[in-house]
Design a protein around this ligand. Structure first.
Ligand code: G
Ligand code: G
Ligand code: NA
Ligand code: MN
Length: 252
């Protein structure tokens, strides 16, 4: 069978799960939140990365129920961590522009927050532009409605997306995430200029800067010195199962 067909059964068969990766404040070196990252445990092929199946799910529109499952799972996981006494962490959830352009998207997110009991201020949505989508009024209405309720927004892979600058025009974006391709080769003159420019732009519009793909102490120190606010990457921790997160709460 092909993956597109298998997507029909994946939710009901409970084949999806989330990993979590810590986000670290460079000023305090403390964990302040985590990104939820989707995984598909396929019955025959084993674990499949979202890089492989999210584009298919966007084509077939399975991304709508899958995205709803992700928001619910992430919010209820964070709520249970808060209830265990691990307070003040936020959670960052990836959303596809296909989801953002559904009329019912904002309502779905707000209902899920209410049902899980998570305060909206602890939810961050990462806008990831894997497909090209003209910025339009449905998207901006969803964003503004959620923003009014206290939900925060990050532009993922900033500098590589299609419409990143349009989002900045219509809502106050809370975070810009520097794409890991710029961090990977941070010693190149061009990449350093891009990193500096994104940090400058972000701070001018009151957004925090998150660098992803931070793998070495050298990268961490460079970013901290450039006043990058938050880092994420293997240097701190890879994405891990929720059971392992509680260990990190005590350590980070
Ligand atoms: O963790 P990993 O490197 O496998 O993630 C690969 C890509 O998949 C990243 O670009 C990430 O933004 C995207 N991704 C991870 N989880 C989700 C999700 O729940 N929904 C969507 N739409 N994309 C996701
Ligand atoms: O949404 P986005 O595609 O930016 O998601 C981040 C992706 O990068 C995830 O797939 C995650 O597994 C991966 N990732 C996280 N930390 C690192 C890292 O330090 N190095 C690399 N190469 N990838 C990372
Ligand atoms: Na992301
Ligand atoms: Mn990214």
């Amino acid at each position: 069978t092909d993956l597109k067909t298998d997507l029909n059964y994946a939710i009901d068969n409970e084949e999806f799960y989330l990993c979590y990766q810590p986000l670290i404040n460079t000023k305090t070196n403390k964990m302040i939140g985590m990104e939820a990252l989707l995984r598909w445990n396929h019955p025959h092929r084993g674990t499949i990365s979202p890089k492989e199946f999210v584009p298919l799910a966007e084509e077939t529109m399975h991304i709508i129920p899958i995205g709803e499952w992700v928001v619910r799972q992430a919010c209820s996981q964070l709520k249970s961590w808060h209830d265990m006494g691990y307070k003040n962490y936020f959670i960052s959830v990836n959303v596809s522009v296909i989801q953002l352009q559904q009329k019912g998207f904002a309502r779905m997110v707000l209902n899920t927050l209410e049902e899980t009991g998570l305060t909206p201020e602890y939810l961050q949505l990462e806008i990831t532009e894997t497909v090209h989508m003209e910025y339009n009024s449905v998207i901006s209405k969803n964003l503004m409605r959620l923003k009014r309720q206290g939900i925060k927004f990050s532009i993922d892979d900033f500098g590589t997306g299609y419409n990143s600058l349009n989002y900045l025009q219509s809502i106050e974006v809370d975070n810009l995430k520097i794409d890991k391709s710029f961090i990977e080769d941070f010693k190149s003159k061009v990449n350093q200029s891009i990193i500096e420019m994104i940090i400058l732009l972000g701070h001018k519009i009151n957004a925090a800067i998150i660098a992803e793909g931070v793998e070495t102490k050298e990268q961490y120190d460079f970013l901290k010195q450039q006043e990058c606010d938050i880092v994420q990457g293997y240097y701190v921790s890879e994405p891990i199962l929720p059971e392992k997160m509680t260990e990190l709460f005590d350590r980070l």
